[in-house]
Design a protein around this ligand. Structure first.
Ligand code: PGA
Length: 255
C-alpha cells in the first residue's frame, strides 16, 4: 500500500496572523515543485487560520491547513473554545488533537481526545491524533503498552473507513523541543505497534491505509532517517516548521 507522505508544521503559540501569511508565502516558493509528491500542511494558531485560508485560496496553493485543537460540541456555552464547524468553514483539512502540551497544560485526556477525534471526522476534517510516552515510561520499558492504550482509547468507536483516514502522530514527550530523538528504528517500532493496534481494532485495510507520523525534534538533518522507516509516513514538526527554509528542507527529505 502506497501511503502519501505527510509533513505537518505545528506552529504552536507562535506567529501572528501576518507573520503566518509571510511564512506560508516563503514556504510556497521553496516547496512549490514538490506538492505532487508530498502533502504539506501548516497548523497556525486559531487567530491565523482565516488569513492562512485566504492566502491558500487566492494564491491557489496546494498546501493543507490544520488547527491545533477543537472542542467536540457543535456549539454551546464553552467560553474560549472553537467548534469543529467553525474550523471546517475556514477550510481546515486537519485538526491536531491530544498534543502532549494540551494533555499536560490543558487537562486533555484520552476520553476528550476520542470525543474530539469523532467530532473532527463528523465535520468532514481529518484528525492528527497525537500519542507518546514520558521519559519515565520509556525507562520503565512501558512505552509500547502505554502508547497502545492511548490509541485504543483515542481512536475508539470509529468506522473502519474513518480509521483508514486517521493520521496518528507518535511524539515521545521527551523528544519534543529537546533536540533528543529516539533512533529511527526505535521510533518505527512504536509506529508499527500503533499500526498493529489500528489493525486489531479496525482490520488490516485500515491499518495499511492510516498514516503514522513521527514527531519530536525533527530537523532537516535527521528527517530522512525517520522517513526511510517503513511505518513512518511523515512528520509533525514544531520548531523547524517556524522557518520556511528548515521546514522546506524537511519536506524535501520526504521526496
Ligand atoms: P518539535 O515539536 O519539533 O519542536 O520537537 C514537535 C511537536 O511538538 O509537535
Amino acid at each position: 500500500m502506497d501511503r502519501r507522505m505527510l509533513i505537518a508544521g505545528n506552529w504552536k503559540m507562535y506567529t501572528t496572523s501576518g507573520e503566518g501569511v509571510i511564512l506560508i508565502q516563503d514556504l510556497t516558493e521553496l516547496v512549490r515543485d514538490h506538492w505532487d509528491s508530498v502533502e504539506v500542511v501548516v497548523c497556525p494558531p486559531f487567530t491565523g487560520l482565516k488569513a492562512a485560508s485566504t492566502v491558500i485560496e487566492i494564491d491557489r496553493l496546494t498546501i493543507g491547513l490544520g488547527a491545533q485543537d477543537v472542542h467536540w460540541e457543535d456549539e454551546g456555552a464553552f467560553t474560549g473554545a472553537i467548534a469543529p464547524r467553525m474550523l471546517a468553514e475556514l477550510r481546515c483539512d486537519y485538526v491536531i488533537i491530544g498534543h502532549s502540551e494540551r494533555r499536560e497544560y490543558f487537562g486533555e485526556t484520552d476520553e476528550t481526545v476520542n470525543r474530539k477525534v469523532k467530532a473532527t471526522f463528523a465535520a468532514g476534517m481529518t484528525p492528527i491524533m497525537c500519542c507518546g510516552e514520558t521519559l519515565d515510561t520509556r525507562e520503565n520499558m512501558e512505552t509500547e503498552s502505554f502508547v497502545r492504550g492511548q490509541v485504543v482509547s483515542g481512536a475508539a468507536d470509529l468506522s473502519a473507513e474513518q480509521a483508514a483516514r486517521l493520521v496518528i502522530a507518535y511524539e515521545p514527550i521527551w523528544a519534543i523541543g529537546t533536540g533528543r530523538t529516539p533512533t529511527p528504528e526505535a521510533a518505527n517500532d512504536v509506529c508499527r505497534t500503533i499500526r498493529a493496534t489500528i489493525g486489531a481494532m479496525y482490520g488490516p485495510p485500515a491499518a495499511m491505509s492510516c498514516r503514522i507520523l513521527y514527531g519530536g525534534s525533527v530537523k532537516p538533518e535527521n528527517a530522512k532517517m525517520f522517513f526511510a522507516e517503513p511505518d513512518i509516513d511523515g512528520a509533525l514538526v514544531g520548531g523547524a516548521a517556524l522557518k520556511a527554509d528548515s521546514f522546506a528542507d524537511v519536506v524535501k527529505a520526504a521526496l
